[in-house]
Write a protein that binds this ligand. Structure first.
Ligand SMILES: [Zn+2]
Length: 325
């Protein structure tokens, strides 16, 4: 066993602000520390969404007021507007805490979805500005969803309503846009869940700068864990997949085809996750709470220390040159 070294979770939702009842920056940083994680990258689908230089500064100030002195970084959201992309890049270039940009190419929690017709524009704008940082993308092609197959009383039907090919098609499109618009940054595919999408990323590595990350829940859990109403706690975007797909994803992690682990830690209140007349049970799992346990699982499954260090630190540090941990 090697000695202690930093671990980074490059995908968490700290909530805070209007959603402080779910979590705060300081509560998520505290949880991270308890799990052996020294730095987190916060996602911008907060309320309000972090899409301007002013809001990025306000967010960093919130962290400071909560007593956070290091290890906190954030993404700025992109909206599809060229002017906003320029502002996002200037925030990235001027604020050390702004670690990258995030595009929701698919609907999830919050209202930051970039319409399919505007997604290519994001690559064009960033290429014109000469942005060389990370563009992290949530890949689910919304026009391919089959929401009529969603039955809240049968939680695993979420995988049928938001099927694997939604993700695969979105990944293929983002790769195409990055190539055709001559994007110079790193295209990062967030929370990859489908082996075919991992293969698409792998093939694209020859032509563009591209990475992908997987979550502990997509690697360790599957639709088989979603029986009964209890299964609603595992409703997440993209959905948990069939057991064979999840085990293949795990093999791909072991084979080095996935760049890093990202938890997509996404806390909600218990009432928001439950079936109720109030509306749709929300998507998201507080996966950071099981991080240390997950690392033990990897060790028990034959992952060597070098590989674990790459997946939890070195590969992340290589892509995000700004991180100081
Ligand atoms: Zn997320």
């Amino acid at each position: 066993m090697s000695g202690a070294y930093p671990r980074i979770d490059p995908h968490v939702h700290c909530r805070d602000w209007e959603q402080a009842y779910k979590a705060t920056i300081s509560s998520v940083m505290g949880l991270a520390a308890s799990q052996g994680v020294s730095a987190v990258f916060d996602m911008p689908n907060t309320n309000p969404s972090i899409i301007s230089l002013g809001l990025a500064k306000r967010r960093i100030e919130t962290a400071r007021q909560e007593g956070i002195s290091g290890g906190y970084y954030l993404y700025l959201g992109v909206t599809g507007s060229a002017a906003q992309a320029a502002e996002a890049v200037s925030a990235h270039d001027s604020l050390p805490e702004v670690i990258g940009l995030k595009m929701f190419a698919g609907k999830s929690v919050g209202n930051l979805t970039v319409e399919e017709s505007a997604q290519r524009t994001v690559y064009r704008s960033l290429a014109e500005i000469g942005y060389r940082g990370v563009l992290a993308v949530h890949c689910e092609k919304e026009s391919l969803s089959m929401m009529r197959l969603w039955d809240q009383t049968d939680p695993k039907s979420w995988n049928a309503a938001r099927p694997p090919f939604m993700e695969v098609e979105a990944v293929n499109e983002q790769i195409l846009y990055a190539k055709e618009e001559r994007f110079k940054g790193i295209l990062h595919i967030c929370h990859i869940s489908v082996p075919e999408a991992v293969e698409a990323v792998h093939a694209a590595r020859r032509e563009i700068r591209i990475t992908c990350g997987a979550t502990p829940h997509h690697l360790m859990l599957s639709t088989a864990d979603m029986d009964g109403l209890e299964g609603l706690r595992y409703k997440v975007n993209p959905p948990l997949r069939e057991p064979l797909m999840a085990s293949r994803l795990f093999e791909m992690l072991h084979d080095g085809m996935i760049d890093w682990i990202e938890t997509d830690h996404a806390p909600h209140s218990p009432a928001e996750k439950a079936l109720s007349e109030l509306g749709e049970p929300m998507s998201g799992i507080p996966s950071l709470a099981g991080y240390a346990q997950f690392i033990s699982n990897l060790q028990r499954s034959g992952f060597g220390e070098e590989l674990i260090r790459s997946l939890t630190y070195l590969n992340i540090k290589r892509a995000f040159a700004k991180v100081t941990e």
